[in-house]
Design a protein. Structure first.
Length: 401
């Protein structure tokens, strides 16, 4: 077919995990292409504003990003350390985590999506990753030796009157929860909706947050998280039943700010809106396998988790790290799409992903239940864990990776 381009690895989807994987694979000596329906470029933004999309980047993820050169490229004034976390149940029980007690510099770092994207795009260019942005995926086929991804809509494709084809020995689906690649490859399970929406917004606060993240499991079945931003600012994620979320987003900005402050017990005093708000539907995705012939899935294309633990992007970076390691350490196996390598990747990621899904889904269901006896049990559990330092450390360790 005309316009075919040959690569060792094609990463379909230029989200943060896909970008990170492309960089790591390219720096291990593989020929890598990155494709996305949207342009692959650093976003332009006003530094006086803060992105609605922020991520709690774990120490493990930060280490991976540092290894590929992206962490160092972040503007330090846009990164905020979470030094402690305070969690409250719906009956006053509380649980506290401290980075100091766990022997860490921080439990996580809050970074804006646009800052991470800009750093990763720059690193991808310097690593020699071939970028094919602005071209939707329109065709996928597999042979014994390669996967072929057909792109459409780009200027190059229009000029040639045919789709540009990217051929690779390994195709990586990194195109999100509603992955086109996953469906085109015949992997049929679909995300299961929680019936909840994550409402996000940013606020200036009257009192300093001191690097403390706060989370409330509320009696109405919602979960409210406050995440520290630079200065006296916070980002919030209110995971609420769809009806409540719609009501929240319909409020005037000042009324919404007051509602958020009241829900958090005015822990930081008065809140002032510094952004609009947005909502995204929440869903769980479990797959029987994250690999198939000549295909590996990473990030949200491979798994969906409830955001109450803030671990979605960290699971994606974990996928990228492990797959990049498997490819770099393949030894005499020259073919990056060889079944033995894909099985190795799937095996290494199965346990941590399943464990995190179990914790987040279990907590979402436990605190979403309205039965009075369950409320007593879950709040007693929170209080008991807070009195057991060894158990707190065991619970925190997976989130630090």
């Amino acid at each position: 077919m005309r316009n075919a381009a040959q690569f060792d690895v094609v990463v379909a989807g230029a989200g943060l995990p896909g970008l990170a994987l492309a960089i790591a694979a390219a720096r291990s000596g593989l020929a890598v292409a990155l494709a996305d329906a949207a342009p692959i470029c650093a976003p332009e933004y006003d530094p006086a504003t803060y992105d609605l999309r922020v991520y709690a980047t774990s120490p493990g993820s930060a280490g991976f990003l540092r290894a590929i050169g992206a962490w160092q490229a972040l503007p330090r004034e846009r990164v905020t350390a979470i030094e402690a976390m305070h969690i409250e149940g719906d009956a006053g029980a509380a649980l506290d985590f401290s980075a100091y007690d766990l022997g860490e510099r921080a439990l996580a770092w809050i970074v804006e999506e646009r800052a991470l994207r800009a750093a990763l795009v720059e690193c991808a260019h310097s690593a020699g990753v071939a970028a094919f942005g602005g071209s939707p995926f329109v065709g996928l086929s597999f042979s014994a030796t390669a996967a072929e991804l057909t792109l459409g809509g780009s200027e190059a494709a229009a000029a040639a009157s045919v789709g540009v084809v990217l051929s690779a020995r390994l195709l990586v689906g990194a195109d999100g929860l509603r992955s086109w690649v996953r469906r085109a490859a015949g992997i049929t399970p679909e995300p299961r909706a929680y019936g909840q929406t994550g409402v996000v917004a940013n606020f200036a606060c009257e009192r300093a947050h001191h690097g403390v993240a706060r989370q409330w499991f509320r009696a109405d079945g919602s979960v409210l998280a406050w995440l520290p931003l630079p200065g006296r600012r916070i980002s919030i994620v209110w995971s609420a039943p769809d009806g409540l979320a719609a009501d929240l987003m319909a409020l005037a900005p000042d009324a919404f700010a007051l509602r958020v402050a009241e829900a958090g017990g005015h822990a930081l005093g008065a809140l002032t809106p510094i952004s609009g708000c947005a909502g995204f539907p929440l869903a769980l995705l479990r797959l029987p396998s994250t690999v198939a012939h000549r295909l590996a899935l990473v990030g949200d294309a491979a798994h969906g988790v409830h955001p109450l633990a803030g671990q979605g992007v960290n699971l994606g970076f974990g996928d990228a790290l492990v797959l990049a390691q498997v490819l770099a350490e393949r030894g005499p196996v020259a073919d990056p799409g060889a079944p033995v390598l894909l099985e190795r990747y799937a095996r290494r990621r199965a346990e941590p992903v399943l464990a995190m899904q179990g914790v987040t889904d279990g907590l979402a269901r436990l605190f979403g239940a309205r039965q009075p006896w369950l409320a007593a049990v879950r709040n007693a559990g929170l209080a008991a864990v807070d009195r057991m330092p060894f158990l707190k450390r065991a619970l925190a360790q997976p989130a630090l990776r």
